[in-house]
Structures are given as C-alpha cells and as structure tokens.
Ligand binder design. Structure first.
Ligand code: ZN
Ligand code: ZN
Length: 153
C-alpha cells in the first residue's frame, strides 16, 4: 500500500483503478487528480487517453514522458472546481507542487474539461493544431468547434 500522489488516500483504492481502466472518473476534479497522479506514476498512456479525442494524436508523448520522469511530484492542491460550466464542460483550478531537480516549483493552472459519451477529457490549450471554427469539435460531440469547446481552449 502506498499513498496516492493526488493526496486523497491509498493509490490502490484512489487513482490506480482509473489508471488501469477499471473505473472512469465521475467528476472533472477526479479526472484532474488522476492525471496528476499519472504524471507522478509515469502513466503516460493515461495522460494521452484522457486528453480530448481529437487532440490525442497531436500530443508530444516523448516530451510528456520526459516531463513526468524529470520532476518529483510533491503535492496537488485543488483550488476550486466548477463541474457545470455548461452541460458538458467543467473547470478545475489547481496547484501542482513539484521539484525539478533544482528547486520546488508550483504550477498554477485553470484547466477545462469536456464530457463526451459519459467520460471526462482534458482540453489541452497548448497544442499546436490547425483548427477551423467550422470543423467538427475536437471532443467528438459532433457539433461545430465554435459551438462547443472553442471558448474553453
Ligand atoms: Zn488519487
Ligand atoms: Zn467540443
């Protein structure tokens, strides 16, 4: 048994079942926690599979793996979570504390999440993708991008 990186309990009963695909996150906050734990546990496949469907192919997996491995993940603080921005979008503000080998760093971010077919996905605002407003949304909703996730990117 060991403490879950996200701070909520034992890893085996907290984020591990999500990492193994035995459970899906019920809330955006839970997905956020499990993604933080995935960085701490080098569960890179999980980072990829919980990013918006239309963004997964654009992720730089070696860079994510490097980021995951090169830092020591110390603590996650959830500042606030708004699970209902609208019917399918949520916001989680958090602080991730990590040691980069030289000093402790705090990464403070407001992340957005989209629910698609009953599952939560992270919307990555940093990806270099060529998107048009009229294309189908990256979340897989079937709506146009501008009518769906564009405002949250
Ligand atoms: Zn956890
Ligand atoms: Zn969308």
């Amino acid at each position: 048994m060991s403490g879950c990186p996200c701070g909520l309990g034992e890893y085996e009963s907290c984020c591990e079942p999500l990492h193994k695909g035995q459970q899906a996150a019920i809330t955006a906050e839970q997905l956020m926690r499990s993604r933080y734990s995935a960085f701490a546990r080098q569960q890179i496949d999980y980072i990829q599979s919980t990013t918006a469907l239309g963004q997964q192919q654009a992720l730089d997996i070696p860079a994510i793996r490097d980021w995951s491995v090169s830092n020591q993940w110390l603590q996650l603080d959830i500042v606030q979570a708004n699970e209902k921005l609208d019917k399918s979008h949520a916001l989680v503000e958090f602080k991730a504390h990590f040691h980069d080998g030289k000093q402790v760093q705090v990464h403070h971010e407001v992340s957005h999440f989209v629910k698609q077919a009953g599952r939560w996905y992270f919307l990555d605002p940093t990806l270099e993708q060529t998107l048009t407003m009229k294309q189908p949304c990256i979340c897989g909703s079937g709506k146009k991008l501008k009518q769906c996730c564009e405002q949250f990117l």
